[in-house]
Structure formats: C-alpha cells, structure tokens
Design a protein around this ligand. Structure first.
Ligand code: HEM
Ligand SMILES: *[C@@H]1O[C@H](CO)[C@@H](O)[C@H](O)[C@H]1NC(C)=O
Ligand SMILES: *[C@@H]1O[C@H](CO)[C@@H](O)[C@H](O)[C@H]1NC(C)=O
Ligand SMILES: *[C@@H]1O[C@H](CO)[C@@H](O)[C@H](O)[C@H]1NC(C)=O
Ligand SMILES: *[C@@H]1O[C@H](CO)[C@@H](O)[C@H](O)[C@H]1NC(C)=O
Length: 497
C-alpha cells in the first residue's frame, strides 16, 4: 500500500516537473529578449566593456555592439545577465521608474568601499532620508547666500597661487579646488592646514581603490583603499567627537552654538537622527561624490577650451563685461546676479559635460518584468543606461565629437546643431550628465556654480597652453587625464576699463 502511495507520489512529482518545465520553456520562447551575446561564463563580456578608451568616444565595445545589435542589447556584465541601453528613451524610462520597475544596484565592491550607508547603494526609505539631508545641504538658498562666496574664495585660493609662466598639472589643481571646497563645507576644514593635507593624501589612495578591480588581496589597490577608508573614517569620527564635545560645552556655558549649522557635520548632528555609522558613510560619500566629478569636469573644460580659441575669446568677452560692470559699481566679489549673466559660460559647461561624460553609465536592475518597445527585460537582470552613448549619438547631436558650445545657444527656439531637438524640454530628455528621476544628482547646481566661477577667474587672469598633446582624457571607465594634464600659464593684464 505504502509502495503504491510512493509510486503515485513520484509520478505526480515528475508530471508536475514536466508541466512546469514546459511552461518555463514556453515563457522563455515567448520572451523577446534584445539581441546580444552573453560572452564567457561568469566574466561574460565585462573585460571588453571596461577596457580603457578615449573619453570623447563611446569606446570600441559600445561601437561594435551597437553596430551589430542596435542601441538596446543583452550581455553578461559584472557577473550577471544585463541589458545595456544606449537608447535615450529607454534610459529616461529606467531613471524615471526608479523604485517602481527598476532600482539602483551598484556592484558590492562599491558598497564595500563607500560603505553600506552610502547614498549610492541605499534604496527605499533610507535613501529618501539621506537624500533629503543632502538636498537641504545643497539647496538653492544655501548656494546663493553661502556657497557662492566659498566657491569664489576657494577658486581664488588656487588660482592666485599660480605663478607667471609656470607649469603644473591642471588636474591636480582642479582637485585641490574642489577638495578644499568640500572639506570646508562638510567639516569646516581650512585649506593648506596639516590635517586637510593629510586627509587629501589619504583620499588619493582611497580613490585609486575605487577605480581599481575589487581584488581584496594584500598589496592590491583595493586592499590599500579599504585601509584608507578606515583611516578616513577615524579622522571623521575624531572631528565628530570634537564637535559633540563643543556642543555639550556650549550648552553648559549657555553659548548659542548656531555656527555649527554652517557645515554638514554640525547640521546632521543637530537635526537628524542618524547613528554614528550612518553619519560617517554619509560624510565620506559626499566628499567622494562632491569632489572627483567636478574636478574632472574643470580639467576637461581647461582641455577642451584649448582646442577652441574662438570659444575662449567669446567667454572672455562675457566675463570682462561682468568684471567691468562690477568695477564701475565698486563691487567686490561675485553675486548671484553676476552668475545669472554667465549665459555663454553655461553653454560651455553643458558642452564640456556632453563631450567629456564624467559619469558614463549607471548601475540599475529590473525589480519587475518590464516590456519596452517590444523587448522583454527580465526581473532580476542588471540594466545599464549608458548616458554617454546618447550624448555622443550623431543622430541626436550634429558632429558629436566636436567641442562646440554654440550648439547650446538659443536652444529654446530651434537650434541648428542639436539635431532633432527643437525645444529645451526635448533637450532635457536626451542630455543627462547628472542622471535623472528620483536619484538625480543633488550636487548638479553646485557643480555648475563651481565650474562657472572657476572659469570666470581663469579666463580673466590667465592664458594657458597644454604641454603634452598626447595627454588626452581617457575613460577607465572613470574619466581621467593619464598624465594629469600639464599646462603652462601666463598671467594676463587685468585692467578692463
Ligand atoms: C560635474 C559634476 C558632477 C557630475 C557629472 C555628477 C553626476 C552624478 C550622477 C550621474 C549621479 C546619479 C547616480 C545614479 O543615479 O546612480 C549623481 C548622484 C549624486 N551626486 Fe553628483 N555629480 C557631480 C557633482 C556632484 C557634487 C558637486 C555633489 C555634492 C556636493 C554631488 C552629489 C551627489 C549625490 C549626493 C548623489 C546621489 C543622489 C541620490 O542618490 O539621490 N555630485 N551625480
Ligand atoms: C617661460 O619659462 C621658460 C622656461 O621655463 C622660458 O624658456 C621662457 O622664455 C619663459 N617665457 C616667458 C615669456 O617668460
Ligand atoms: C604642520 O606640520 C609642520 C611640519 O610637519 C609643523 O612644523 C607645523 O607646526 C604644523 N602646523 C600645525 C598648525 O600643526
Ligand atoms: C544645459 O542643460 C540643461 C539640462 O541639463 C538645460 O536645462 C539647460 O537649459 C542647458 N543650458 C543651456 C545654456 O543650454
Ligand atoms: C532665438 O531667439 C532669439 C531671441 O529670443 C533670437 O535672437 C534668435 O535669432 C532665435 N534663433 C533662432 C534660430 O530662431
């Protein structure tokens, strides 16, 4: 009897198995996955995808795959099946549907180094809360009242140290500017002080690990970076402890410690309920997000402008006009109205971000089965919106490889150089240097302000030439000048009237 039961059970199980398998196969067959190749087991096509290439191109991997499969294709990248998108519409669709159909999903090595509370890896409510803090900290009101002054002071701190007819690495100088600015704004560290310099040194080791292969063995860049991470966290923790002690003493002495609100650390300690570990990761990742990207953008602007003397001429006209008007009014220091007059400069900034593509692609995954333009994107698959491929698409931008800031002029009423875009709204759909949707870069306005103010004083005070024409921006995929962009500068006469 029990034998019979067992047989019955067995055949039922087998039957169900067959039915399920068939259903699954039928589903697979009816799925319309994009074309593409899955490459080798496990590594897939990752090595080809990450191979360094010129930053003003999309690289051989993307070129070959788009030519063969179209702008949406499947692959196997970063250890899993992946949909790669060079399609402006799909990229936008992915970013807009964050949290609904797709979700941020960076490789675990990024979490290991930036921390599990880093904004780049958080999703859901925790991400929303952290984002609110960073938005508050980078609000337009703060930009106008506080940050503009700081940005100008830190630009001048760096530019005034440049000697007539001297040579140096422009990329390092740009880093010095953006790092000093962030260190001041986040923890009230002053430029040039020992502790600021020490932190900056540690940070360079840290960055080398972020951009390296995540191999955690003694002697690797990744391992050294993990050690740097602990050193940096210790540093931040000390600062935090100092601050807490100050605040407590302030209370005892009944001194109003309102000044502490001035930097992020003070603000977070007073107004948020984050625990120590969360604050450390937040500070570390803001320092990271806030200085690498904008310093590379400034180096790129210095590089691109050299290739276009007529652009530098037009920029100078704009900035000399602003400086002259200020001199006549007897004003010192840029204000928000001056910034709003930098219209052509904004074109230069957009063009630099379009051609240089500091952030080339984002990491997402599908959290539901999604159908887009007839293609199926399977739940759990990785999805990579490649924003750089859209910015360098010849069907969207006329001669995309050319640095031409004028293509952004009058873009509200039918530009000739932005092919197929007739309004600013359309423009926003294809131009996404800061990502988009609920995770749009919270530092985008600060980044533009940093670039504009630095460019203002740069073109007023200096002429510059590149010393090594072979030192071109490369994508590793992090954009970088391999030799640091060496330049020679000459001081200009600064009499405008
Ligand atoms: C030209 C300079 C910059 C570029 C190109 C850039 C680009 C980006 C991009 C593409 C993202 C989206 C990442 C994703 O969706 O996965 C992002 C996020 C972010 N950026 Fe930037 N960024 C720049 C400067 C800055 C600055 C100066 C700050 C802060 C001071 C900053 C803070 C952040 C933060 C906090 C996030 C995370 C936002 C979130 O997850 O909600 N960025 N950035
Ligand atoms: C600038 O310095 C170089 C050497 O570093 C020298 O050969 C050149 O004559 C100098 N030019 C000017 C204009 O001073
Ligand atoms: C900074 O370091 C130098 C030497 O390393 C030392 O002479 C100087 O006193 C230090 N300054 C401060 C403010 O600690
Ligand atoms: C630059 O790009 C942004 C979209 O990110 C757009 O809103 C802005 O109008 C552009 N600026 C100019 C001068 O075209
Ligand atoms: C765009 O509008 C400006 C004034 O708003 C005008 O001067 C310019 O000629 C227009 N450009 C085109 C291409 O229509």
């Amino acid at each position: 009897m029990s034998d019979l039961n067992f047989l019955l059970y067995l055949s039922l199980t087998i039957l169900t198995g067959i039915v399920l398998l068939n259903l699954l196969r039928r589903k697979q067959n009816t799925l319309n996955l994009p074309p593409g190749s899955m490459g080798w087991p496990f590594v897939g096509e990752t090595i080809g995808y990450l191979k360094p290439y010129s930053a003003t191109t999309i690289g051989a991997f993307m070129e070959q795959h788009i030519a063969r499969y179209g702008k949406i294709f499947k692959s196997n990248l970063f250890g899993g099946p992946t949909i790669v998108s060079a399609d402006a519409g799909l990229n936008r669709f992915i970013l807009q549907n964050e949290g609904k159909l797709f979700e941020c999903s960076y490789p675990s090595s990024i979490g290991g180094i930036l921390g599990k509370w880093s904004m780049l890896v958080l999703v859901g409510d925790m991400h929303r809360d952290m984002r609110a803090i960073s938005l508050n900290f980078l609000s337009n009101a703060r930009l106008k009242t506080k940050l503009l002054k700081e940005v100008e002071a830190h630009s001048l701190f760096v530019l005034n140290s440049w000697k007539h007819n001297s040579t140096f690495c422009a990329q390092d100088e740009a880093k010095r500017f953006t790092f000093n600015l962030m260190a001041k704004h986040i923890m009230s560290l002053d430029p040039g002080e020992n502790e600021t310099e020490k932190l900056k040194k540690e940070y360079i080791t840290f960055m080398k690990g972020v951009v390296s292969l995540p191999l955690n063995f003694p002697g690797t860049a990744y391992r050294r970076a993990l050690q740097s991470r602990s050193t940096i966290l210790e540093f931040i923790e000390n600062k935090m402890q100092e601050r807490i002690t100050e605040m407590e003493e302030g209370k005892v002495n009944e001194i109003d410690a309102a000044g502490d609100d001035d930097d992020l650390l003070g603000w977070v300690l007073k107004h948020s309920s984050l625990v120590k570990e969360q604050i450390l990761d937040l500070v570390l990742s803001l320092l990271f997000a806030g200085h690498e990207t904008s310093s590379v953008s400034i180096a790129l602007a210095i590089y691109f402008l050299q290739t276009s003397p007529e652009t530098v001429e037009q920029l100078r006209e704009e900035h000399i006009e602003i400086a002259r008007a200020k001199r006549q009014l007897g004003e010192v220091g840029l204000n928000w109205d001056d910034y709003k007059k930098m219209g052509f400069t904004q074109c230069v900034i957009n063009e630099t971000l379009r051609l240089g593509n500091v952030v080339r692609f984002l990491h997402r995954k599908a959290v539901k089965d999604v159908r887009y333009k007839g293609y199926d994107i399977v739940r759990g698959w990785k999805v990579l919106p490649v924003v750089s491929a859209v910015h360098l698409d010849p069907t969207l931008f006329d001669h995309p490889q050319r640095f031409n800031p004028r293509r952004w002029q009058n873009n509200g009423n039918g530009s000739t150089s932005l092919v197929g875009t007739s309004s600013t709204t359309n423009n926003n759909n294809i131009f996404m240097p800061f990502g988009g949707g609920p995770r749009l870069c919270t530092g985008s306005e600060l980044a533009k302000l940093e670039m504009a103010v630095f460019i203002h004083h740069l073109v007023l005070k200096f002429d510059w030439e590149l010393l090594d024409p072979s030192d071109q921006p490369s994508a590793f995929p992090f954009v970088d000048f391999p030799k640091g962009l060496r330049i020679r500068v000459q001081r200009r006469d600064t009499v405008y009237i």
